[in-house]
Each structure stands twice: as structure tokens, then as C-alpha cells.
Unconditional design. Structure first.
Length: 364
């Protein structure tokens, strides 16, 4: 398994290099640019535009821009000299060897075109809210999907199975934005049971993630957790309903198919109890296709849900992505897309390893 994992990691690195080219090319082809925010200013001259682009390094040829963003070229040199670091070693080697500390391969994601802040700091600030929201949602929806899917699959054709299948089918047809607004309208406005949006009560608590907030949290942990939990209810409910509805029917279909396999019928013929047949034979096979969904939960954990975070004003990575798109903030947007691609590669690796654990027929 270690050999397989190393092969997959090597393949993942190759895919990631290709992803950097694709991400850079797509955003390069996008209309507008960082200077677009000044386009409607009549006092913004062509000379000022040229100077602004030069200050960002966007006056260089596209291959040079990409090479600098990647970190394989120095930003303080031109031509072939840029490919060699101050120490005389190639620029793409680790900073301790090459002496180059800029570029994504060296962990430096650049600075926002919109407000000049460090891209790494912006993503780090949004990562914790997304981790809280998406992590809790993933645990709940995967647990419910497996439990409900297995129960309805084992009791296929029963009254409860038909009722649950109908409800989950109807819920899965709702668009995320419509479901989010309906949940907000019902629980926050009509019933007045939960906060409408945000992550904390701004009248009683400082902004989440600030130094003042952590001071408030250390002094009032119970109140801070209750406030956070109240604000989590609606977005978590939205994400769980949307994801659970489809996944539970997916698990149900896998269980029904697994129960009709020859090795399961053989186990029954040998006199094994229903529970042992289900746990040791049917369920293990049924969850193999579902392992893909578990692996794909990792990029979701980072990217969050753009629409859900926007509806409920949740300050996570999904909302940050929308803001970066609206502001034409290319360094921030490219970094988010790149980290999302890394999570997809890691998720696929996790799914492949789960295949081997759940299905003994898979050899690595």
C-alpha cells in the first residue's frame, strides 16, 4: 500500500503542475483585469494604468508572469538569470537551497490586488469558519446517509422505505439557494428560533477570529459556544439536507445490489445471522462505491459551499471565493483554486485507499 500511495502522490504532483497551467490560463483569458476597478474613473490615465500594471509585474510576457507566480523564476531578475537563485542553485529548489522565497512552490501566495493583504492570511482567516461549518456538516450528512441508506436498503419495499425515499427524492430536487432561503424564512423569520445570518451576535461578541473575540471566548466560553452553535443551525441544516438526500439513496441502492450478490447468498445459506451477513459481507461491499463520496468530501471541507456561505453571510472560503471573483482579485482566486485542486488530489488518494480497506478484491 505504501508503494501505491507513493505512486499516487507522484501522479498527484504531476496533476497539480498541470493544474497551475490551466488555472493561470483560464484567469488570463477571463475578461477584465486588476486595473478594471479604475476603468470608470475619468482621472485614471493610460500612463497610470501602465504604471499600475508594471508595479504588479503584469507588463512582462505571460510565460515570465507564470514562472514568477509559480516560483521557478526570481522576481528581482530577468532572462536566464531569473532561473537561478542568489545561491547559484535553480530557483525552483527549496528556499534554504535556492535562496528564493517567492512563488507558490515556496509557500508564498502573493498579495491581494484588492486590498494589498497577504493572500495566505486571507485564506487562513476564512479557513477556520469553513472548517467548522463544512466539518460538522460532513460528519452529520455522512452518518445520516449511511444509517438511513442501510436501513431503507435492508427493508426495501417497506412502508418506511417508500416514505423516506419519497422525502429524500423531493428534497434533492430543491436548489441550494431556494432551500437556504426557505429554511431562513421559516426558522429565523416566521418562528424566530435562530439568528438570521452571520457567525456571531455582533451586539454581544467581537468579530469571529479577531484578537478581541478570542479574549471574549476565553472569558465566556459557554456563551461563545452557544452563540456559535445558534448561528450554525441554519447553514448546517441546508448543507446536510442537500447532500444527505442524494447520498442516502445512493447507499440504499448499493445495499440492495449487495444483498443480491452470490457471496451474500452463500453466507445466508451457511446459516449466518442476518446481522453478521449484513455487517461482514453486504455492508462492506455496499460502501465501496460510497468511498468516492467520502474522498470528495475533503475538497468540500476546504471550499465550503459558496452559495450557502453567501446566503447566511458565513465568513468562510466559499464567500471569500465569490468576493475574489467580483473584485477580479486574481492572486487570491488562483490560490483558492489551487488549494482546492490539492484537496481533490488528496481526496482521490483517500478514496483509493478506502477501496483497498473495504474491498479485499482490490490489490494495490
Amino acid at each position: 500500500m505504501i508503494k501505491f500511495a507513493l505512486k499516487r502522490i507522484a501522479l498527484g504532483v504531476t496533476i497539480m503542475l498541470g493544474s497551475t497551467v490551466l488555472i493561470y490560463a483560464l484567469l488570463l483569458a477571463a475578461p477584465g483585469g486588476p486595473e478594471q476597478k479604475y476603468a470608470l474613473n475619468p482621472k485614471y490615465t493610460a500612463a497610470q494604468k501602465e504604471g499600475y500594471l508594471k508595479s504588479l509585474g503584469l507588463d512582462k510576457p505571460v510565460p515570465v508572469q507564470y514562472c514568477r507566480w509559480l516560483g521557478a523564476c526570481r522576481r528581482d531578475a530577468d532572462g536566464l538569470d531569473a532561473l537561478v537563485g542568489p545561491t547559484g542553485f535553480p530557483s525552483f529548489l527549496p528556499p534554504a537551497i535556492s535562496g528564493v522565497y517567492t512563488g507558490i512552490i515556496h509557500g508564498e501566495l502573493g498579495y491581494s490586488y484588492f486590498n494589498g493583504e497577504s493572500v495566505a492570511d486571507l485564506i487562513a482567516a476564512a479557513a477556520l469558519p469553513t472548517l467548522i461549518l463544512a466539518g460538522l456538516s460532513i460528519v452529520i450528512w455522512l452518518t445520516l446517509a449511511v444509517l438511513v441508506g442501510v436501513y431503507t436498503g435492508v427493508n426495501n419495499g417497506g412502508r418506511l422505505d417508500n416514505s423516506v425515499t419519497t422525502v429524500t427524492y423531493v428534497l434533492s430536487t430543491f436548489p441550494v439557494f431556494l432551500l437556504g432561503f426557505l429554511i431562513m424564512w421559516l426558522f429565523a423569520i416566521v418562528l424566530d428560533l435562530t439568528p438570521v445570518d452571520g457567525m456571531v451576535n455582533g451586539r454581544e461578541s467581537p468579530a469571529f477570529g479577531s484578537d478581541l473575540y478570542w479574549g471574549y471566548f476565553s472569558n465566556n466560553p459557554a456563551a461563545a459556544l452557544l452563540d456559535l452553535g445558534a448561528h450554525l443551525i441554519l447553514p448546517v441544516m441546508t448543507l446536510v439536507i442537500v447532500s444527505f438526500s442524494g447520498d442516502s439513496r445512493y447507499v440504499r441502492a448499493s445495499v440492495i445490489d449487495s444483498l443480491s450478490m452470490e457471496h451474500v447468498r452463500t453466507a445466508r445459506a451457511k446459516g449466518l445471522t442476518r446481522g453478521r451477513v449484513l455487517m461482514r459481507h453486504a455492508l462492506r461491499t455496499a460502501l465501496v462505491p460510497f468511498a468516492t463520496n467520502i474522498g470528495l468530501a475533503l475538497p468540500f471541507l476546504f471550499g465550503g459551499a459558496l452559495i450557502t456561505e453567501s446566503i447566511f453571510s458565513w465568513p468562510g472560503v466559499g464567500r471569500l471565493t465569490l468576493q475574489a471573483t467580483n473584485n477580479l482579485d486574481y492572486p487570491l482566486l488562483m490560490s483558492i483554486l489551487l488549494i482546492g485542486s490539492v484537496m481533490v488530489v488528496i481526496g482521490n488518494l483517500v478514496a483509493d485507499l478506502l477501496y483497498a480497506i473495504l474491498d479485499p478484491r482490490v490489490r494495490m
